[in-house]
Design a protein around this ligand. Sequence first.
Ligand SMILES: [Zn+2]
Length: 394
Amino acid sequence: MLNENPRDGVDYILGGAVASRASDVHIDQVNDGLHIRFRVDGLLYPISNFMNNVFFLNDSQTIIQRIKILAGADISEHRLPQDGDFEYTSENRSYNIRVSIVPASHGEAIVLRILNRDDTMFDLGDLGLEQEQLSILKRLIATPHGLLLITGPTGSGKTTLFYSILNALNKPIRNIISIEDPIELRMNGIRQLQIRENIGLTFAKFLRSVVRQDPDVIMLGEIRDRETAEMAVQIASIGIMLVSTFHTFDIPSLIVRLSEMEIPSSIMAQSISGVISTRLVRKICPDCKADYQLSDYEKKFLGDNIMGLAGVSFKKGKGCAKCNQTGYSHRTGINEIVAFDESLRAAIISKASSMTLNQLIKELSGKSIRDSAISKIVQGITTVEEVIRVVGVV
Ligand SMILES: [Zn+2]
């Protein structure tokens, strides 16, 4: 049984988090102890949804102190934000736990991010790409040069796509260098570099050095600033393949953002080989999936698409013990992918209107994120309600 040992307490919380497939653990101090939540499939739930024996967690100070010690943080500091990390091993699998501690009105708020989780998808076939999208992606990663960008908001599956592409490219014939922040998953055969902003080791600085490391492929965790963007397009235009993520909602806004970073449109057009825009939706729990009648609101969301959907039996999870009564289990991607062609390049160079760009991208991609979502609704993989939650009503 559990005892008062705080080491056991932290182990117990993390053990439960890993078993529940949580990506993060949120810990807040409340009057009568700790309020702990797990983020599972993108949403937060109280720890009591997953674990029964949480009574001992009332000893909040010892648990918080233990986390601080493990993370290498200062246990006597309560007023300033602190970061750290530690290794956690469970059933022969080791996880890197990134710790963020921030003082809040009620005491310290702690978030533990669990990296190297075993539900991470590596296979390009597991990303939820439609068949034609998968062929476009395979063609893009077979191109030995150019910049391949992954876009989407926070928590949209950019990292999963990044690692799946990295995994697909990972062959001994290629020298792959990956610059990351943080390294979420260690991969054999790849030179993975961790940026350290505090000593000036930024994405841009690493990028400058690694071009002299005879790379075939450079994986760049994220393009955040103009300097990195400038170097990335330059490198991509000299015959090296570069894959990176870019925090933006869709492909037209990516082009706008790069222009704002003063990347000349001709260089942008010539160096980008393709762009994937991605979101994650929760999948209906297979154990409680049942037929479901759409509400008027959901029908309205489908709009004109509803005409082609006569006879489709829509599905939804009723909620069961396996899915913690949520009706959902695991997630899949809904994506849009565009391989740049001469018509799109010419439109970017001539600074075509965003309407023209949108139209061209629509024609080239064949399937928008919305189309991809509707296809998953029709196949009974996800629900209208979930798609509205993720992409909004438009
Ligand atoms: Zn269920």
